[in-house]
Design a protein around this ligand. Sequence first.
Ligand code: HEC
Ligand code: HEC
Ligand code: HEC
Ligand code: HEC
Ligand code: HEC
Ligand code: HEC
Ligand code: HEC
Length: 290
Amino acid sequence: MAIPVAQSNLSMKPQLQNSLPPSSPAPSRPRRCWLLWWWSGLGLAAVLISCGTVSQTVMAPPQIPGATYVGSDVCATCHDKISESFATADHARLQALGTNAIDMGCESCHGPGSLHVDTVGGRNTIINPRKSPETCFKCHLAQRGQFNLPYHHPVLEERINCADCHDPHKGRAVKGGSTSLEGQNDVCFKCHTQQRGPFVFEHEALREGCTYCHNPHGSINPKLLKVRNANLCLQCHFQRQTASGQVLIGGVLHSGVTGPGTGFLSRGTCWSAGCHEAVHGSQVSPSIRF
Ligand code: HEC
Ligand code: HEC
Ligand code: HEC
Ligand code: HEC
Ligand code: HEC
Ligand code: HEC
Ligand code: HEC
C-alpha cells in the first residue's frame, strides 16, 4: 500500500483533537487521547500520537485533483438534513483547531468540496465512501488489515460496504450502538436472516451479541470466528474434569474412559461432527444439535 502523501499546498500544522468522552460504553475501546497531526513542508504526512493507547494512525485526507476545502458550513447550505444530525455523530467530535478546521468535518471523508459546490453537485466531483472504503482506511489502517484476513466480509470486493454496518452521519458510528433502538444484532440480521429465528430453543449466547463469537471485519478462522475450537464455547460453558479423568461440560459427560459421552470431544469442534450444529438456535433440539 502506498502511503498517502499530502499535496504541497496543504502544508500546515493542524492540531486534531479527538474529544470523544472518556466514559465510553464499549469496554474494549481504547482510552481517548490527543492526536497531533502535522504536515511537513516537503509534503510528507507525519503523524505523532501523544499516548500509546490509540490503535490507529491518522493519514492524509482524501484528494480530489483541482479541488480545495470549503468547510462544513458550505455543505450545510444544500445538505441541511445530514448536516443537522451530524452534530451527534462520533466523527463530528474530531476537531481541528483554528484555520485548519476547514478540512475536517464533512470533507475529512468526502474530500475537498470546491468543485462539487461550484458545479452544484456535478458528477464525479466528490468522494462517496459507499463506493470505496479507501477514505475510511486513511484513518483506520488497522481495519484495512482486518479485511485482508483470509476470512472477511467482502468489503474490498465491493459486495458490501462500511456504511452497511456504520453510520457516518449521526449517533454512534457502530450501528445498533448503545443509544440506538435497533440492537447491534439487527444490523447483522438485515443480511443474515437465518440467524434471526425465532427459535423454539434459542441459544442464549446470542444475547451477548454476534460479535461475542464473530469478528465483524475479518478473521484468520473460517466463518469469521474469533476462536477456532472448543474454547469458543468454553468461555461460557464450564468444563470440569473429575478425578477419574472424565470431562463434563454443562454437567454432561463429554470425554472419559467409559460411558455414553466418552468420544464426544475427539469427534471435532462442538459445532461440527453431528453435535451442536444449530449454534444459533434450534427448532427441535434443546441441546441445539440440529
Ligand atoms: C450548491 C449545493 C451543494 C453544496 C453546497 C454541496 N452539495 Fe453535495 N450534492 C449536491 C447535489 C445537487 C448532489 C446530487 C444529489 C443527487 O444526485 O441526488 C450532491 C451530492 C452529494 C454527494 C453524493 C455524491 C455521489 O456521487 O453519490 C455527496 C457525498 C455530497 N454531495 C457531499 C457534499 C459535501 C461534503 C459538501 C460540502 C463540501 C457538499 N456536498 C456541498 C449539491 C451540493
Ligand atoms: C466518517 C466519514 C463521513 C463524514 C465525516 C461525512 N460523511 Fe457523508 N457519507 C459518508 C458515507 C460512508 C456515505 C455513504 C452512506 C450510505 O450510502 O449509506 C456518505 C454519503 C453522503 C451523501 C450522499 C447521500 C447519501 O445519503 O447517500 C451526502 C450528501 C453526504 N454524505 C454529505 C455529508 C455531509 C454534508 C457531511 C458533514 C455534515 C458528511 N457527509 C460527513 C461518510 C461520511
Ligand atoms: C479523518 C480521520 C477519519 C476518517 C476519514 C474516518 N474516521 Fe472513523 N474515526 C476516526 C477517529 C479518530 C475515531 C475515534 C477513534 C477511537 O475511538 O479510537 C473514529 C471512530 C470510528 C468508529 C468507532 C466509533 C466507536 O464507537 O468507537 C467507527 C466505526 C468508524 N470510525 C468508522 C469509520 C468509517 C466507516 C469511515 C469511512 C466512511 C471513517 N470512520 C472515516 C477518524 C476517522
Ligand atoms: C458486517 C458489518 C461491518 C462492516 C461491513 C464494517 N464494520 Fe466496522 N465494526 C462492525 C462492528 C459490529 C463493530 C463493533 C465491534 C465490537 O463491538 O466488537 C465494528 C467496529 C469498527 C471500528 C471500531 C474499532 C474496532 O475495530 O472495534 C472501526 C474503526 C470500524 N469498525 C471501521 C470500519 C471500516 C473502516 C469499515 C469499512 C472498510 C467497516 N468497519 C466495515 C461491523 C462492521
Ligand atoms: C450488507 C449485508 C451484510 C451485513 C449487514 C452483514 N453481513 Fe455477514 N456476510 C455478508 C456477505 C455478503 C457475506 C459473504 C457470504 C459469502 O461469501 O457467500 C457474509 C459473511 C458472513 C459470515 C461468514 C459466513 C460463511 O459462510 O463463511 C459471518 C459469520 C457473518 N457474515 C456474520 C455477520 C455478522 C456477525 C454481522 C453483523 C455484525 C454481519 N455478518 C452483517 C453480508 C452481510
Ligand atoms: C456462541 C457463538 C456464536 C454466536 C453468539 C453467533 N455465532 Fe454465528 N456461528 C458460530 C459458529 C460456531 C459458526 C460455524 C457453524 C458451522 O461451521 O457449522 C457460526 C456460523 C455463522 C454463519 C455462517 C453460516 C453458517 O451457519 O455456517 C453466519 C452467517 C453467522 N454465524 C451469523 C451470526 C449472526 C448474525 C450472529 C448474531 C445474531 C451470530 N452468528 C452469533 C457461533 C456463533
Ligand atoms: C456468551 C456465552 C456463551 C457462549 C460463548 C456459548 N454459550 Fe451456549 N449457552 C449460553 C447460555 C447462557 C445458555 C443457557 C443456559 C445454560 O443452559 O447453560 C447456553 C446454552 C447452551 C446449550 C444448551 C444447554 C442445555 O442443556 O440446555 C448448548 C448445547 C450450548 N449452549 C452449546 C454451546 C456451544 C456449542 C457453544 C460454542 C459454539 C456455546 N454454547 C457458546 C451461553 C453461551
